[in-house]
Design a protein around this ligand. Structure first.
Ligand code: PFF
Length: 460
């Protein structure tokens, strides 16, 4: 496929795809979900969903992409099902919405690199002052989006793959380095116990479906990101082993992020694991306080390193989010990649402005909507996250699995998965996919989709 670009190797694809998966969801979202969702038991349920339900969806997306060598929309048409292009359109919409707010948070992380380098730990005590300074954080977001557009404009192997091959190993080294340091702090062990020893009495419906939502978002599923990346993969690559490695990398890094963060919380709470913010504020409020507590040059060093790694993780994800609409414009509208990258990035930056304003600056966007039965208002950024991450992605996942099982047909999926994988037809995986794909995966995702909507928006 001259002109579209390809990953130069299987490793390049795995780095880029793992880069898409590993992001704010792993390092910001996962520890706070664990913190508020019952500790180790959440981790177990999350792992279960990643491998039993999400991995099949990932394989399906990559297979559709490689089979067609097309973007998330064009892929359905290329398979001969023009009427199913709407799944790709929904994916494009999800990608645009997710990137619009994700970039705002990435901009905060970027700003924190600077604050930590200046040893300004007090930024944590006035987080809302930080986020309300929209001109400064807007500039950080603008720069972040610019870097994302630059990488995407350089193409698949020259930009996306190259960036991921540098960023991913660096990120892993940084996480391990900080985690090892966090183990040495007093009371680290109490944090580790909370994280690693499951308490089965904490299992609730909410914990279960949060775990599935987290797994889905964290693995970048349901919006055609892997259809798009799959379209750049060589015909001889083994998709089953690639998807397995991507999932392992994603859960592995989320797990490492927990190993880094919970000992710090153990330290900060003097072993009680109480009275330390563990919700969404965990990364931006609690952690800098901890770095401040460590104090001096060391606190600044680890703080800077931590937020740099958060930015690296976010960047490989924003790149994949931007690539989905860019690939569409390049394939379907014959637009030049460079132009498409800058145009889409600029547009999404503008779409993200209400999210930027919704963290304190504008009362209208900060108290944007009050869901039925809720006690307080939800800000615009969280509202878009609820719509896109919690509703559109599972819906996309349902549609993709239903399409692959019942429209495109499983035999075609199997045929694609067997390329580069000669033993596939005798494998237990094939039997497993036959078992779960037609009904179980769409049904479980459907239940979670409905429950999430009822709980999120209607206060059940
Ligand atoms: N998986 C990313 C994260 O965990 O932060 C978020 C994401 C990236 C979702 C790309 C969807 C996507 F297509």
């Amino acid at each position: 496929m001259a002109g579209r670009g390809n990953f130069s190797s299987k490793l390049g694809f795995i780095a880029a795809a793992a880069g898409s998966a590993v992001g704010l969801g792993n390092i910001w979202g996962f520890p706070y979900e664990v913190g508020s969702g019952g500790g180790a038991i959440f981790v177990l349920i999350y792992l279960f969903f990643c491998f039993t339900l999400c991995l099949p969806v990932m394989m399906t997306e990559i297979a559709i992409g490689r089979k067609t060598a097309k973007n998330a929309v064009g892929a359905f048409e290329k398979l001969g099902y023009k009427n199913w292009r709407f799944i790709g359109m929904l994916g494009l919409l999800s990608g645009v919405l997710i990137l619009s707010f994700y970039n705002v948070i990435a901009g905060w992380a970027f700003g924190y690199v600077i604050e930590m380098a200046k040893s300004n730990f007090a930024v944590a005590d006035s987080f809302s002052t930080f986020t309300s300074d929209v001109f400064t954080v807007g500039l950080y977001g603008f720069v972040f989006m610019g870097i994302t557009a630059f990488v995407v404009s350089k193409g698949v192997s020259g930009g996306i793959e190259k960036a991921a091959k540098f960023l991913m190993p660096t990120l892993i080294i940084m996480i391990i380095g900080i985690a090892v340091y966090s183990f040495t702090l007093p009371n680290a062990i109490d944090g580790l116990k909370f994280y690693l020893i499951p308490d089965f009495s904490k299992v609730t419906g909410q914990v279960i479906f949060n775990a599935l939502g987290q797994a889905f978002f964290s693995l970048s599923l349901g919006m055609g990101a892997f259809i798009t990346y799959g379209s750049y993969v060589g015909k001889n690559d083994n998709l089953v082993s690639s998807a397995t490695l991507i999932t392992l990398a994603d859960v592995g890094i989320a797990f490492l992020a927990g190993l880094l963060i919970f000992p710090l919380i153990g330290f900060m709470s003097e072993g009680s694991m109480l009275n330390v913010g563990r919700g969404p504020a965990l990364i931006f409020v609690t952690l800098p306080q901890i770095f401040g507590h460590i104090g001096g040059g060391l606190g600044s060093l680890f703080g800077t390193a931590f937020f740099t790694l958060l930015c690296f993780a976010a960047l490989t994800s924003t790149v994949s989010l931007l690539e989905v609409p860019v690939a569409y414009l390049v394939d379907e509208r014959k637009m030049n990649r460079k132009k498409a990258s800058w145009l889409v990035a600029g547009t999404i930056f503008v779409i993200g402005i209400p999210s930027l304003l919704s963290a304190g600056y504008s009362q209208f966007f900060t108290n944007f909507i009050t869901y039925v039965g809720a006690e307080s208002a939800t800000d615009f950024l969280s509202f878009i996250a609820n719509v896109a991450n919690d509703s559109f992605l599972p819906l996309g996942g349902i549609l993709i699995t239903v399409f692959a099982s019942h429209v495109w047909k499983r035999e075609n999926l199997h045929e694609e998965l067997a390329l580069g994988n000669p033993n596939y037809h005798q494998s237990w995986l094939k039997k497993y996919l036959n078992f779960v794909m037609p009904i179980i995966v769409p049904m479980v995702l459907g239940i979670v989709f409905i429950l999430t909507i009822l709980v999120n928006f209607f206060g059940f």
